[in-house]
Design a protein around this ligand. Structure first.
Ligand code: ATP
Ligand code: MN
Length: 290
């Protein structure tokens, strides 16, 4: 596929991750390898772009709205009454278009472009204070898993490719943003109150010292989170990777997977680590966290 698609890239040999020599064409080749796993989580969603035209060691800029002219294969969706729009991908050609824009990180809305007022996932971002041991993050992730299961939702885990983990529960897309945000806030605050040594639901710096910030704010309208299977604009091109709960328990690190080792990991797996994601969609439970 990349030979045909490669022709749309200008400067395919430009090095974007100098530490590993990964080029623009290399990024497209990586995407080709993971496309079957990535596609269901990527298509039909508003995307914000972290663009680094000269690679990760030079200036990058975060682009929340689509500029006038987009490469072929991309469409846009209107986001608000001010007519701001975001790019949307329908197929591999669209992803190649974003590579052409040197969009090294793709950050997604939690709602589909075709149902933009109704998120179809809950997302909790675990942001550990750098000083705390990784086993505390594992403990917190497993606690969140259990609490989500208690509400009859299905939690799925992924590495962020950065410093933490994300826990995601697929929803059926019948609830609006504000209700979901309030639910996530209530959930996080209650869990933090019950586990004050481990967690905080407040983002203030001194609150986070020695703890994990359980960030529920990703559930608000207009926010985004790193796309599943997307590399990060950091050394080694670590990838935000779906993992099994057994792997969380085993202490897998947030930057364990990268563009170099992920294709082999996927080939060696019996089934998609997020097998059953769509089948697990449920309505947001009615729950009073007060
Ligand atoms: P980590 O595990 O390191 O916390 P993460 O993916 O959870 O990784 P960030 O990379 O810090 O978190 O990104 C947080 C959110 O902030 C992103 O999902 C995106 O919506 C937004 N964001 C990311 N980069 C930028 C930027 N350069 N400018 C503005 N917003 C950004
Ligand atoms: Mn985070």
């Amino acid at each position: 596929m990349s030979d045909a698609m490669g022709s749309i890239l200008t400067s395919p040999g430009r090095i974007l991750w100098p530490d590993i020599g990964l080029t623009k064409q290399g990024l497209l080749d990586y995407y080709e390898a993971v496309w079957p796993w990535m596609e269901p989580h990527l298509i039909n969603r508003p995307i914000a772009l972290l663009r680094c035209p000269q690679g990760i060691d030079s200036e990058c800029f975060f682009q929340k709205h689509a500029s006038q002219s987009l490469p072929a294969g991309l469409r846009t969706v209107t986001l608000d009454e001010a007519n701001a729009a975001a790019p949307v991908i329908d197929d591999f050609a669209g992803l190649a278009g974003l590579v052409q824009l040197s969009a090294l990180e793709l950050h997604l809305w939690s709602a589909p472009a075709s149902n933009i007022e109704h998120p179809d996932q809950l997302i909790f971002d675990l942001d550990p204070d750098p000083g705390i041991p990784w086993k505390s993050v594992i403990k917190a992730a497993l606690l969140i898993k259990e609490e989500i299961e208690n509400m009859k939702l299905s939690p799925f885990a992924k590495t962020s490719g950065g410093k933490g983990l994300h826990v995601i529960a697929p929803l059926d897309g019948t609830t609006e943003w504000e209700e979901i945000r309030q639910f996530a806030q209530g959930f996080s605050k209650k869990l933090a109150e019950e586990n004050p040594q481990l967690l905080t639901a407040r983002s203030a710096k001194d609150e986070r010292e020695g703890r994990i910030f359980l960030d529920y704010l990703r559930n608000g309208r207009g926010t985004t989170s790193i796309a599943t299977y997307c590399p990060r604009a950091r050394k080694g091109a670590p990838v935000a990777t779906p993992i099994l709960w057994e792997e969380v328990e085993a202490g897998i690190m947030p930057n364990a997977f990268n563009v170099s080792n992920l294709p082999d990991r996927l080939k060696s797996m019996q089934q998609d680590p997020w097998h059953g994601f769509d089948a697990a969609r449920r309505a947001l439970p009615r729950q009073d966290f007060a």
